[in-house]
Ligand binder design. Structure first.
Ligand code: C2E
Ligand code: MG
Ligand code: MG
Length: 620
């Protein structure tokens, strides 16, 4: 008798051991005291009882198959399984839906559960061998199928509200149910249901609820996952709160390791004693969530905390945000804080509010940063060319290379949207290199003389000129494509202050020695310091569109422009007028004897193929 029992319930016993072990681990581990933990605990307890009752009922069914007690235990087992299934739904819905919607789900499934329980209590159940059969089991199967269908549809519909791996875990869970059901169907003697129950909770525990998922190993504090869970819970419960990010100051970072460890321990102990503050460790920095939005209380807490640290009051800068849901990506936190810090560079306050507008502007910057990164990786940085007309020669003798990004939707993004950000993030260096390489490749692929071109102008930002390797890299690229340096003119702006920046000067000299010359771009914007302009090692001055526009609208500006053009010409410099859009403008400029003109009147910047076609047609 015993060997048969052993064989038939070994799956159940394994399942029971698994659930009991997880239950013990879960009960003993540190908790956030949020609803999803309670929901998981309920699922775990009902799973354990289900497995236990399965073992007991099979045992009784084997010993005294048709006895009242065996029938009763079998029904009880079916009923606890119902409760387990309902707990599963509540666990899944609990941290996804807000209070109101959750309550609806709660009541619908509780009532369904009560109805099914009542039906099972009165329904017929038969015990054949040790297996239960009859109407009661069919009701049970129907509820199980309904739960699986409901959970699957629910997960697909609400996947965007689920954090971390939750969606995947639910799919694994449901797939395992299906697999076990199939096995059970083909091998009815295996009795796998309890094992399937245990397997389900095990997957959730390992992937979502175990200590490794919620605690930072190094500090023993809650980790980013826990932060998301906690904040999600606050949101669903409609609770407000604030987040404080502590950024250690340089003096603290340099403090003795041992002393620091002791300080942190004291600090953590102090936090643990309070139930209105919870500490998270995010990439080795502290993040607190306080369930109240009381600034004074936070300040008092922080100043009390600082006394644990060797450097006292200067230990930390605290960044304060009164919207706990605002940051949902761990990687954003540090750069956002640095961004905010840079905005407050003037203030030496140790308590810095993170304003909503700052977060918004930070995110729009980081979106563009990401777009540039993608464009560089996917080779979707493109170069357009705008021809420059020589009035004397009556043909197009040069052109300006202008960068664009082809985004994922196939739209061309103009440079004003990304160049200023690329300059801030340093991405301008790689962008510039790509542009330069594309220009060299264009020159190599085309016969410049044949096209009537003397050179192509490439823009350089001030930041690029401060890159130590700029000249060397560009010269290498020219070597690779065997480009005669006279085909390249580099456009720089006045803001590139030659005197004050040694690297910049070195770059300029290296280029000049190699035979690459410069043009001064954007002349007439900002503060033009004539004296300074004269000192720049350039062969061409490019008048900005702003200047061209004011030439036609403002008599004073017109005179300034006339005289400066005269002066530049007398110095042997070439002058290019940018932004000429109409025939009238072109004619209006003719008294000044301007040599070169660039503008929409002749052509907008166009792609390389159209550019070559344009030149073939116009230059003949
Ligand atoms: P920029 O160097 O002054 O280039 C001239 C800009 O004026 C171009 O704008 C051009 O399309 C525009 N433009 C030319 N003629 C007309 C006209 O008749 N009417 C109007 N409304 N606009 C005209 P784009 O291509 O949008 O470039 C803007 C700026 O972005 C450039 O100003 C340059 O400072 C920067 N940039 C473009 N490509 C690069 C690059 O590869 N590297 C760097 N560092 N900066 C670049
Ligand atoms: Mg330019
Ligand atoms: Mg310009």
């Amino acid at each position: 008798m015993f060997p048969t029992v052993d064989f038939k319930i070994c799956g159940q016993i394994c399942g029971l051991f698994v659930t009991i072990t997880i239950l013990i681990f879960f009960v003993c581990q540190k908790k956030l005291n949020i609803k999803s933990e309670l929901n998981f605990l309920r699922t775990l307890i009902t799973a354990t009882i289900t497995c236990a009752l399965d073992v007991v009922s099979v045992f009784f069914n084997t010993l005294i198959p048709q006895a009242q007690i065996s029938i009763l235990l079998s029904k009880l087992y079916l009923i606890t399984m119902l409760v387990y299934l309902t707990s599963v739904i509540l666990y899944i819905a609990g941290d996804t839906l807000n209070k109101k919607k959750y309550n609806i789900i709660f009541w619908v499934w509780t009532i369904l559960g009560i109805l099914a329980t009542t039906a099972i209590s009165f329904a017929e159940i038969r015990i054949v061998d040790v297996y239960t059969q009859g109407v009661a089991t069919y009701i049970e199967y129907s509820v199980a199928v309904a739960v699986v269908v409901f959970v699957s549809i629910f997960t697909v519909r609400h996947r965007n509200q689920m954090y971390g791996d939750k969606e995947t875990v639910i799919y694994i869970w449901m797939a395992s149910w299906l697999l076990f059901a199939l096995i059970q169907f083909f091998f009815p003697k295996l009795l796998l249901v309890s094992f399937a129950v245990a397997f389900g909770v095990m997957v959730i525990y390992i992937k979502l609820e175990s200590i490794d998922n919620i605690i930072d190993r190094e500090t023993g504090l809650f980790n980013w996952n826990s932060y998301l869970k906690y904040v999600n819970d606050m949101k669903l419960q409609g609770q407000k709160g604030s987040v404080i990010y502590l950024k250690p100051n340089d003096t603290l970072k340099k403090a003795d390791e041992k002393v620091l460890r002791a300080s942190y321990k004291m600090f953590n102990d102090a936090i643990r004693k309070r139930n209105d503050i919870i500490a998270f460790s995010i990439r080795n920095e502290y993040l607190f969530v306080m369930k109240k939005d009381n600034l004074n209380e936070i300040k008092t807490f922080l100043s009390e905390g600082k006394r644990f640290f060797p450097v006292g009051a200067d230990a930390y800068s605290a960044f304060y945000l009164n919207n706990v849901e605002r940051i949902d990506n761990e990687e954003d936190l540090e750069p956002l804080v640095s961004y905010v810090e840079s905005k407050y560079a003037e203030s030496d306050s140790a308590f810095i509010p993170i304003e909503e507008e700052m977060i918004a502007s930070y995110y729009s910057i980081s979106d563009i940063e990401e777009m540039i990164k993608q464009a560089v990786e996917n080779d979707s940085v493109v170069v357009y060319y705008q021809p420059i007309y020589s009035v004397k020669e009556k043909k197009f003798t040069s052109a300006e290379a202008l960068v664009r990004i082809l985004n994922e939707e196939g739209k061309l993004i103009p440079p004003y949207k990304f160049i200023p950000i690329a300059e801030k993030t340093g991405q301008i260096n790689v962008l510039g290199r790509i542009v330069f390489e594309k220009v060299c490749s264009f020159i190599q692929a085309n016969d410049m003389d044949d096209l009537g071109l003397r050179h192509i102008n490439v823009n350089l930002s001030g930041t690029q000129l401060s890159d130590e390797d700029l000249a060397e890299t560009y010269i290498q690229i020219m070597g690779k494509y065997e480009i005669d340096p006279q085909f390249i003119h580099l456009e720089i702006t006045e803001s590139a202050n030659v005197e004050q920046n040694k690297t910049l000067k070195k770059n300029l000299d290296r280029f000049l020695n190699y035979g690459v010359v410069f043009a001064l771009d954007d002349y007439g914007t900002g503060y033009s310091n004539l004296n300074y302009v004269v000192e720049m090692p350039v062969v061409t001055i490019k008048f900005d569109k702003q200047m061209t526009d004011s030439y036609f609208s403002d008599a004073k500006a017109k005179r300034v422009m006339e005289y400066s053009i005269k002066m530049f010409k007398s110095m042997g410099l070439n002058v290019v007028i940018e932004g000429v859009e109409s025939k009238e403008q072109l004619e209006g400029l003719s008294d000044m004897n301007v040599e070169y003109i660039q503008g929409y009147y002749f052509s907008e910047p166009v792609n390389p193929v159209s550019f070559v076609n344009f030149l073939r047609e116009k230059n003949g």
